[in-house]
Ligand binder design. Structure first.
Ligand code: ISL
Length: 544
């Protein structure tokens, strides 16, 4: 592979608990992933990103880590990981692992020591313990809210049963936040990075990369209206006191120096949810991370003008700091993109379930899902795929409340369905029990998924899987990742996007009527053409 593989790579997210289960416990594992590695090679991806597989009480599906230098027995052993890494490298596939530095599990040895230690002790200083406000310290230290709902503070209980200090958790109460102003925390994570780099990983996806540093003094968050008023009066516009604090960049510069000591082009990718692309670009300045997820692109509805602006802005902002633009439509935190793009714009976050006001139409989901992918894979830069999107899996809606697992569902008392619907285990073999996933899956698979199994799609030229394979092969042959985008303005219509990337012209139809394609060989189409015309909610690639 060429130098700086991450500038153009298509990176496939393996969510290990839902990928492939080798031991029949209903939870995917590393030997299961190894047994299926040829499916990834065959698909044609450049790299795999593994969501966390480290030891964890699994309160947040592995994003609550109790030991950063081992593998949870649920998923296998370090030897299993080494075997996967070697097999991936043999096939020219890079492997990046998930680093979760914002918080640990409450079962991590450091947190257990912190709870047992006194206020003001070095053990407590690794996390964010504070006295409460109000009489008896009964009120949380500030007004911050958890991303999963409710207060971001949890009070501790002393051995005699009386209430003690509070600790900060931006996510679940079982996920206490580290204090990244503490040098001991920084040194620990340098060693963790080295542990995985020494094993040969090609890089890290960095969880919550916007949030490690909290504003000095942990001030109350100002409400959006107050912030607006302040900014209208010439004051500073509000950003949450735990998002995008300037000192966070020192940490990534330090990590970049560390990665640069290693050979082989290792990369850091920021999971940073920031209000604007201009802010996201700060994470990928030349001495910081290599890539940042483009959450602004992911959050854009299926509208030609909105997509055109976000594409232009992405190329400009990331390009402006010398970083590749990145693209992503699906991951383990959002509604699967076909289903999402078939929902009203204001219902595309926080999950969908049986009581949601609107449910996505399956046909429309399928058409938009495929069209959106065919648009994304033609863009220059690097793209992320989430396991199962290549099978056209829809969001699973009918999960009974009793079967749901996401802490977001529980912390909002079911007001948000949360993320279980995109995490349902993959179907591999149409004719096997549990569609060949392994044991009885930890989230129930719909019976209809047998028809979407990889075995049912693999030799069907019209399947979603065949479309992904074809697009990835064409993307590689035509070096689209390293290309550049030029809008084709002979399509002035509000309901069309058309651009050229090198020798490939790409046309996307957002309207209700079929449209003409430019002259030339049709290389790929996300939906069958009708009399040579591109139908609504479809994308075609044409040899220009
Ligand atoms: O900041 C957010 C929205 O503005 C949140 O969405 C947040 O950044 C996001 O949920 C972070 O997600 C990651 O960390 C979580 C974990 O539950 C997710 O699965 C992971 O992707 C806590 O580790």
């Amino acid at each position: 592979m060429t130098a700086e593989w991450w500038r153009t790579a298509v990176i496939y997210q393996v969510y290990p608990r839902s990928f492939a289960d080798s031991d029949g416990d209903g939870i995917g594992d590393l030997p299961g992933a190894l047994a299926r590695i040829d499916a990834l090679a065959d698909l044609g991806v450049d790299a795999v990103w593994f969501s966390p597989f480290m030891p964890s009480p699994q309160k947040d599906a592995g994003y609550d880590i109790s030991d950063y230098r081992a593998i949870d027995p649920l998923f296998g052993t370090l030897a299993d990981f080494d075997a996967f890494l070697a097999a991936a490298h043999e096939r020219g596939i890079r492997v990046i692992v998930d680093l979760v530095p914002n918080h640990s599990s409450d079962q991590h040895a450091w947190f257990q020591e912190a709870v047992a230690a006194d206020p003001g002790s070095p053990e407590r200083a690794r996390y964010l313990f504070r006295d409460g406000r109000g009489e008896g310290g009964d009120e949380p230290p500030n007004n911050w809210e958890s991303f999963f709902g409710g207060s971001a503070w949890q009070r501790t209980t002393l051995p005699d049963g009386s209430p003690g200090q509070w600790y900060l958790h931006l996510f679940d109460a079982s996920q206490p936040d580290f204090d990244w102003r503490n040098e001991e925390v920084r040194e620990e994570f340098r060693q963790i990075l080295r542990f995985w780099l020494d094993r040969g990983v090609d890089g890290f996806r960095v969880d919550v990369a916007h949030g490690l540093i909290k504003a000095e003094g942990l001030p109350d968050q100002v409400s959006a209206e107050d912030a607006e008023a302040a900014s209208a009066m010439g004051g500073l516009a509000n950003t949450a006191p735990y998002v995008g604090q300037p000192e966070v960049h020192e940490i990534y510069r330090d990590w970049r120096r560390l990665l640069d000591e290693y050979d082989g082009d290792r990369a850091l990718c920021a999971e940073a949810w920031l209000p604007t692309l201009a802010q996201a670009a700060l994470w990928v300045r030349p001495d910081e991370m290599h890539q940042a997820f483009n959450m602004n692109y992911l959050g854009t509805p299926w509208l030609a003008d909105r997509l055109r602006s976000v594409i232009d802005e992405s190329i400009e902002e990331f390009g402006g700091v010398g970083a590749p633009a990145t693209w992503v439509l699906s991951n383990h935190d959002v509604i699967r993109h076909g289903s999402r793009l078939a929902l009203p714009d204001d219902e595309q976050s926080f999950g969908v379930g049986p009581r949601s006001p609107h449910l996505p139409d399956p046909q429309l989901s399928s058409r938009r899902g495929r069209a959106a992918t065919a648009l994304m894979l033609a863009l220059p830069g690097s793209a992320y795929l989430f396991q199962g999107e290549e099978l056209g899996l829809p969001e699973v809606i009918d999960i009974a409340d009793a079967e749901r697992q996401d802490p977001r569902f529980f912390r909002t008392n079911g007001a948000d369905y949360g993320r279980d619907g995109c995490r349902v285990p993959l179907p591999w073999e149409a004719a096997e029990p549990h569609a060949g996933f392994g044991g009885d899956p930890w989230l129930p698979q719909p019976a209809s998924w047998a028809a979407l199994a990889r075995s049912a799609q693999t030799s069907d030229p019209g399947s979603t899987l065949s479309m992904y394979r074809r697009l990835l092969a064409l993307r590689r042959e035509n070096a689209l990742g390293a290309g550049s985008l030029e809008w084709l303005d002979e399509y002035p219509d509000d309901h069309t996007l058309a651009f050229a990337n090198g020798g490939v012209a790409v046309v996307v139809n957002f309207g209700d009527e079929p449209i003409e394609l430019p002259d030339g060989e049709v290389l790929a189409a996300s939906w069958p053409l009708a009399d040579g015309l591109l139908p609504p909610d479809a994308t075609a690639w044409v040899r220009a």
